[in-house]
Design a protein around this ligand. Structure first.
Ligand SMILES: Nc1nc2c(c(=O)[nH]1)N[C@H]1C(S)=C(S)[C@@H](COP(=O)(O)O)O[C@H]1N2
Ligand SMILES: [Mo]
Length: 532
């Protein structure tokens, strides 16, 4: 044989082996994730390796990047994040496989490095315990074992020679296929079992939610007057259906809490009688029902993170009084109420605000049903007038009285303001941006909100024209948004519509543009349309 005729097949074999080595890396990663999934079902869903790394990434993402992600991907941001992690992991796993082909120990060390990353991420999550390290650690060991085995079959390592005969090579290939197939099958089984176990934990929570009978409120919500909800095509409904209600949280897996084992602890500074309540005890307390509009501090001007619901729950102030809490304005030592969730989230609310007579509630019902899991089942906080991140703790399990000096909650450690009342805002819902309209009367409509102060006026401006009063729909209460309608005699051409609101204190919404960080966006919403 000449050189020419023999190099091509040899090169082809080499490429094939490299591909198989890369594949071994990916199969090892799959084994690691499957083992992690199985163990996380026993520990807690948040400890599964990819979820833990994703959560740690969320915790560390600078607010500007997080804001960009929310702007770009909306509520799909979590899917994009998990997808990104899986793609990166696959690439690294393939690289580790290639390294392992040259040096099996180095490859195994590469897998273990991923285990260390997973363990560190899991332990860094708020609310984590030492057990959270287990899924990533065990996953890394499983992955290392699989990689060792597969690369061994591929290189004939451990059989004495590097240069194996053709016959041996063929045998090894068969061994590789068997080992790879077995690894994939066992991993798939483990992963599937993990999912099933996780789902059975969720099934208990689902059964407990299905069994909830919401009590009647001793103080029902005032009926929403028909004049509070004008019927205009394209206008957001006054009450947001639960399935359309915006969702903002850090949870990569929605916590599914079993109401049967749920407890709420109330303790801390100046709490003379610490409380511990289970769900039935909470349901037996006096309930109120209120329409309240929630808003996220991450909502851009004109954005979608504002929704309104009819909440049913236990008024918070009397509960705190029962525990012996006095607000600082009445000489109490604690000025911050820290709420904590089952997923380790912490939010801080001024005690004075919670106890100033507004309808701060521990909500159990949302639009006539138990809270959906995404919105905090079994119990969440709702405080009218404050952005969600300083008030609306979902999956609530603990209330601690402390001071703003002593403790910075989750978002405050990430550059958001300690105190954050909702800013006056208004939004044009219809016409949509860049709509093509007919000349004549165009119905312009939208919402305006200044929770707990109320909206007194909404005005529209076309291009550089004068501000003109919109018709305000009736006010349901001070804590909800208010709808408005304006009939525009539209003329041909391209036009820009601006909206601004005035709250009930007489303060006009500012036109000064400010981003969402640190305490909520300002500026006027505008829509450009063309009229033929
Ligand atoms: N446990 C928990 N509660 C949370 C959050 C969170 O990330 N975790 N996010 C808060 C934020 S920023 C907002 S705006 C509201 C959103 O509530 P929603 O998702 O029901 O609309 O929940 C708040 N409560
Ligand atoms: Mo938020």
């Amino acid at each position: 044989m000449t050189e020419e005729t023999s190099t091509a097949p040899r090169r082809r074999t080499r490429t094939a082996r490299a591909a198989l080595a890369a594949l071994s890396g990916v199969i090892a990663a799959f084994a690691a994730l499957a083992a992690g999934e199985l163990l996380s079902a026993a520990v807690r869903p948040e400890s599964s390796p990819v979820t833990a790394v994703g959560g740690a990434v969320i915790d560390r993402t600078p607010v500007e990047v997080k804001d960009w992600a929310i702007r770009t991907f909306g509520e799909d941001d979590k899917v994009v994040l998990l997808g990104g992690i899986l793609v990166l992991l696959t690439l690294f796993a393939a690289a580790v496989g290639l390294v392992a082909r040259r040096n099996r120990r180095a490859g195994v060390a590469g897998v273990l490095v991923f285990g260390v990353i997973g363990v560190a991420a899991a332990l860094s999550r708020p609310g984590s315990g030492p057990l959270d390290a287990l899924p990533s650690a065990a996953g890394a060991l499983a992955g290392a074992g699989v990689l060792w085995l597969l690369i061994g079959r591929l290189t004939g390592a451990g059989r004495g020679t590097e240069e194996v005969s053709r016959e041996r090579a063929a045998l090894d290939r068969r061994g590789f296929v068997l080992a790879a197939g077995a690894s994939v099958a066992v991993s798939a089984g483990a992963g599937f079992a993990g999912r099933r176990l996780g789902a059975s934990g969720a099934a208990d929570a689902e059964a407990s939610r299905a069994a909830v009978r919401l009590p009647r409120p001793s103080s029902p919500a005032r009926p929403i007057p028909a004049q509070a909800r004008p019927r205009v095509e394209g206008l957001s409904p006054f009450t947001t259906p639960n399935r359309d209600f915006y969702r903002v949280d850090t949870a990569l897996v929605v916590p599914r809490v079993d109401a049967g084992s749920w407890r709420l602890k109330v303790h801390g500074e100046g709490v003379r009688r610490p409380l511990e309540l289970d769900f039935d005890q909470l349901l037996r307390r006096d309930m109120i029902e209120r329409d309240i509009t929630l808003t996220c501090v991450s909502n851009e001007v004109g954005g979608p993170y504002v929704s309104s619901a009819r909440w049913l729950g236990v008024p918070l102030a009397p509960l705190l009084e029962e525990a012996g809490v006095r607000p600082p304005s009445r000489g109490g030592p604690a000025d911050q109420l820290v709420s904590r969730s089952v997923d380790g989230m912490s939010l801080g609310t001024p005690v004075d605000t919670v106890m100033d007579g507004r309808d701060a509630i521990l909500a159990v019902g949302m639009n006539g049903e138990p809270l959906p899991f995404r919105h905090g089942f079994p119990v969440r906080m709702v405080v009218p007038g404050l952005y969600g991140y300083v008030s609306a703790c979902k999956w609530l399990q603990e209330l601690e009285l402390t001071t703003f000096d002593a403790f910075d909650p989750y978002w405050v450690r990430r550059d958001w303001a300690r105190e954050a009342p909702i800013k006056t805002q208004s939004r044009i819902d219809t016409p949509r941006p860049f709509a093509r309209l007919r000349a004549g009367t165009v119905r312009v409509a939208g919402v305006a909100w200044a929770q707990h102060r109320g909206i007194r006026r909404v005005e529209i401006r076309v291009d550089d024209g004068p501000w003109q009063d919109a018709r305000l729909a009736a006010e349901a209460n001070l804590d909800t948004w208010r709808q408005w309608v304006w009939d525009w005699p539209a003329t041909e051409g391209s036009h820009t519509l601006h909206v601004r609101a005035t709250d009930a204190t007489g303060a006009v919404q500012t036109s000064r543009r400010q981003g969402t960080v640190p305490d909520g966006a300002t500026g006027l919403h505008s829509v450009v349309v063309s009229v033929d």
